[in-house]
Design a protein. Structure first.
Length: 293
């Protein structure tokens, strides 16, 4: 009989439990009977039937719901993020080529897991290296989807302000279009580890913003302040612009409208204008920052 997703996840957790820590007392966690992670102070965290583990202190209410994550998975499968995934995986593969050991990667703010899963596959294809991947997000809905789709990876519900991972464990931390916690990132990175942070570029979804916002000031996008904060926290060793166009058919446009916060709360007239993009191309631009600890 083939192992269940929970059993596969439990086996992963057992092999790599040293990367985890209790979110309450910060002690080491041990897997008990393939069902629960327990620390020496008896704080206990059950492995869900889908294989993920809830390691957040409180029951946070995320603004990101299942429908948004399913839309992101759909547009990811259609290739919307493919050039970005290629750029990030190349950076990880170059590091793996010189390290000579398994590559431990954390996706901080992983959502439904599409970015980490695709990037891991591409790194392995480029370098034939063992990539141990873990994803953490406050959204239980996102983590549940990730665990169902990708049981070969470790998935945790957790708070980036009190990340459920031990010190000095990861060679790389990915932070893709998500808030960050630079202090926690530095704590979790190995001595020579690095953070890859992806932020939108100035032309990201420009055509959509032009249809949603009448005021020119809202059509302009800048992440200069975010980049400056990142450079102040880590030694900036690379800054790459990834820019391309993506053709929007009906399924991809529907997924994009559902996925992006730009459309949340938009009036029906604004959404109608957004749907005028069907059949056209939209600008996609990212800035990929690489910082060493």
């Amino acid at each position: 009989m083939l192992p269940t997703k929970k059993e596969r996840q439990a086996e992963l957790l057992a092999r790599h439990s040293e990367m985890l820590r209790c979110p309450v007392c910060h002690g080491a966690l041990t897997l008990i009977h393939t069902a629960s992670l327990v620390c020496a102070n008896r704080h206990c965290f059950d492995v869900s039937r889908h294989g993920y583990v809830h390691l957040a202190n409180a029951g946070y209410r995320s603004k990101y719901e299942q429908e948004m994550f399913l839309a992101r998975r759909t547009i990811c499968e259609q290739g919307f993020f493919s050039p970005l995934h290629a750029a990030v995986s190349q950076k990880l593969a170059e590091y793996a080529a010189t390290s000579g050991e398994p590559l431990y990667v954390l996706d901080a703010g992983c959502g439904e897991g599409s970015h980490l899963a695709r990037i891991r596959e591409e790194v392995i294809a480029r370098q034939s290296v063992d990539v141990v991947g873990a994803g953490v997000d406050l959204s239980k809905a996102g983590i549940a989807l990730a665990a169902k789709a990708h049981p070969e990876l470790i998935w945790c519900v957790g708070d980036l302000a009190n990340a459920p991972f031990a010190d000095n464990r990861f060679a790389a931390i990915l932070n893709v279009l998500s808030p960050s916690n630079t202090r926690e990132f530095a704590r979790m990175l190995k001595k020579d580890g690095f953070v890859i942070k992806v932020v939108p570029g100035e032309r990201y979804l420009l055509e959509l913003r032009e249809r949603l916002y009448a005021q020119p000031v809202k059509q302009v996008y800048s992440n200069a302040a975010t980049i400056q904060r990142f450079a102040a926290s880590f030694s900036l060793i690379d800054c790459e612009r990834v820019a391309y166009s993506f053709r929007l058919d009906q399924p991809s446009l529907a997924a994009l409208v559902q996925m992006t916060p730009l459309t949340w709360g938009a009036a029906p007239q604004q959404l109608a204008q957004a749907h005028e993009l069907e059949g056209g191309e939209i600008s996609v631009e990212f800035t990929v920052l690489v910082g060493r600890k």
